[in-house]
Write a protein that binds this ligand. Structure first.
Ligand SMILES: CC(=O)N[C@H]1[C@@H](OP(=O)(O)OP(=O)(O)OC[C@H]2O[C@@H](n3ccc(=O)[nH]c3=O)[C@H](O)[C@@H]2O)O[C@H](CO)[C@@H](O)[C@@H]1O[C@H](C)C(=O)N[C@@H](C)C(=O)N[C@H](CCC(=O)O)C(=O)O
Ligand SMILES: Nc1ncnc2c1ncn2[C@@H]1O[C@H](COP(=O)(O)OP(=O)(O)OP(=O)(O)O)[C@@H](O)[C@H]1O
Ligand SMILES: N[C@H](CCC[C@H](N)C(=O)O)C(=O)O
Ligand SMILES: [Mg+2]
Length: 487
């Protein structure tokens, strides 16, 4: 039996109307899920205000309402708890409801614009290979030991996080690696969690639709490090100028990694090929199967994290050499006619630039680099022309197309991308709204040894158009097309 007052432990309460010693059923923040004896937390969201649904929750049997503003009509028999911040209250209550599972395992949060999925998934792989019970909360999937669950967000809501952490603890999981997105931090989804470590990958342009400006976006990330306890470590990339910003006010043990500047963990790229790269980490050489300078950073972050968590140096390096790339991140195939097709989740300007630079650095001759790319709808529109510029400048041919248009007109999104193309590159680009047709056009253009990059959707197996998700898998489609076209 769970009492309301028990799950309110540590919540900043402003006032209470009613009795908090009542036994409750579930904790919910969406009125549509409320049933008899549940607690409903009213949250001010981005589209609507949960306070509008207090009456609906009460009608559906809610026993208690947690809110920032008390409703005018107080219903007898229902307990109303007024709190300073509903997001924060939900996070604390969710942790209490599930018995604070984050305190019973070693939770490591990975944040930054790019590389979160790569670093957290590879750490999951590495710790599993080391024989340790491990969990993962990522954009691609959630893993409770060996059991896989579907992910809906990069960082799920606090109830979902704590639910999975509880399952992990009950299944004997000792380490959990989780992605911490800026939306997640801002909406306090990670607020009441106990982290033993935080990792910062990098910061570049993204989500400037949601955050007021770049400074706010950076400060949201910093807030995560500010909240780490003294016992945790904060491992940051100091080749990124915002790395030191993350460390400014943290109580955690400050640790750094870099390829270019002085740092606690240092690496050098000795050799780079299409099949992998040779890295020198702390004077030890290690061959890894993931390519690109950006992956050298990801692998160094992984190395540092493993060391800080107590893994042996040689074992870590040996296991690093066995790591396989994460689905949809530089996932490639080479067709019968020797056309290379690469599917990559590059959906930010920095990621697209890195991936194209990596491709250009491993080109051996005069092959064409044909990029198929679009930008998601209902997301940061400022990045569209920037990505148009990068695609056109670093490829020999470009097919602009749709990503997930969501509720926007895909043609309008493409027009915005096109405005970033420098005049001297106009001739290289065409636009085809239908993504499958765009990939087909790239396949038709490609000749022996050419490279096709299909960017933006990576592992996604759908395309979202006007609220509907249609089956769509870049990798499957390009594979099929190259075979059918006999290329
Ligand atoms: C913009 C955004 O982040 N929205 C997230 C947010 O929703 P919200 O609070 O804005 O919801 P809202 O629709 O305004 O509703 C406000 C409140 O009223 C409630 N409500 C609403 C309707 C109703 O009938 N009854 C009711 O009680 C809602 O449950 C909610 O509590 O909180 C919800 C619960 O946690 C999230 O599911 C939702 O994610 C939406 C679907 C989303 O697309 N989020 C993306 C942008 C996101 O979070 N992305 C990041 C990754 C970004 C990255 O790449 O770094 C992620 O972590 O996944
Ligand atoms: N360390 C890095 N620096 C820059 N770009 C990177 C880095 N790691 C990966 N990338 C690029 O960014 C893309 C997305 O990588 P990944 O999925 O690991 O990032 P993420 O931070 O999890 O993204 P999301 O915010 O969508 O969860 C990759 O496909 C690759 O193109
Ligand atoms: N986590 C990112 C994913 C973007 C993926 C891209 N394919 C798009 O739909 O914009 C977001 O929600 O902004
Ligand atoms: Mg991710």
């Amino acid at each position: 039996m769970i009492l309301l007052k028990d799950i309110l432990y540590k919540v900043t309460i402003e006032s209470v109307v009613g009795n908090t010693s009542v036994a409750i059923h579930n904790l919910e923040f969406d009125s549509r899920n409320v049933s008899l004896n549940d607690v409903f937390v009213a949250i001010k969201g981005t589209l609507s205000d949960g306070h509008q649904f207090i009456k609906k929750a009460a009608d559906q049997g809610a026993l208690a309402i947690i809110c920032e503003t008390l409703p005018e009509n107080i219903v007898n028999g229902i307990t109303y708890v007024q709190v300073a911040d509903s997001h924060s209250a939900l996070a604390i209550m969710a942790a209490n409801y599930y018995g604070n599972p984050s305190e019973e395992l070693k939770l490591i949060g990975i944040t930054g614009t790019n590389g979160k999925t790569t670093v957290s998934s590879l750490l999951y792989q590495l710790f599993k290979k080391a024989g340790l019970e491990t969990g993962l909360l990522s954009t691609v999937k959630i893993m409770v030991g060996d059991t896989e669950f579907k992910a809906t967000h990069t960082t799920p809501d606090s109830l979902t996080i704590n639910k999975y952490l509880r399952e992990m603890v009950d299944a004997g999981v000792e380490y959990c690696f989780m992605e911490v997105s800026s939306h997640g931090i801002h909406q306090k989804r990670t607020e009441a969690l106990h982290f033993v470590g935080g990792v910062f990958t990098n910061l570049s342009h993204d989500h400037l639709d949601y955050h007021k400006d770049f400074a706010e976006y950076r400060d949201v990330k910093k807030y995560f490090f500010d909240g780490l306890p003294k016992t945790a470590f904060a491992l940051v990339n100091v080749d990124d100028k915002n790395g030191v910003v993350m460390l400014q006010n943290t109580k955690a043990k400050k640790q750094t990694y870099a390829l270019k500047t002085y740092a606690d963990y240092k690496a050098q790229v000795l050799e780079s090929q299409f099949t992998g790269q040779l890295l020198k980490i702390n004077n030890q050489e290690v061959w890894v199967k993931l390519i690109g300078g950006f992956n050298a950073y990801n692998l160094l972050a992984i190395y540092g994290t493993a060391q800080l968590l107590g893994l042996k140096e040689l074992e870590t390096l040996q296991l690093m050499s066995t790591l396989e790339s994460v689905g949809g991140r530089f996932q490639y195939l080479i067709s019968e006619k020797k056309i290379t097709a690469i599917v990559d989740y590059a959906h930010t300007p920095d990621a697209l630039k890195n991936v194209l630079e990596t491709i250009n650095s491993i080109r051996t001759g005069n092959e064409e680099v044909i990029t198929v790319v679009g930008c998601g709808g209902d997301r940061d529109a400022q990045k569209r022309p920037v990505m148009g510029n990068i695609a056109a400048s670093l490829s020999t041919k470009v097919v602009f197309t749709s990503d997930n248009p969501r509720t926007e007109n895909p043609e309008k999104i493409i027009e915005q991308i096109e405005t970033g193309v420098p005049a001297e590159h106009y001739k290289k680009t065409i636009s085809i709204t239908n993504r499958k047709e765009a990939i087909k056009a790239a396949c038709q253009m490609a000749q022996e040894n050419d490279i096709i990059l299909i960017a933006g959707k990576g592992h996604e197996t759908y395309q979202e158009i006007n609220g509907e998700r249609f089956d769509f898998d870049d990798f499957k489609i390009v594979n099929q097309l190259l075979t059918t076209l006999n290329k």
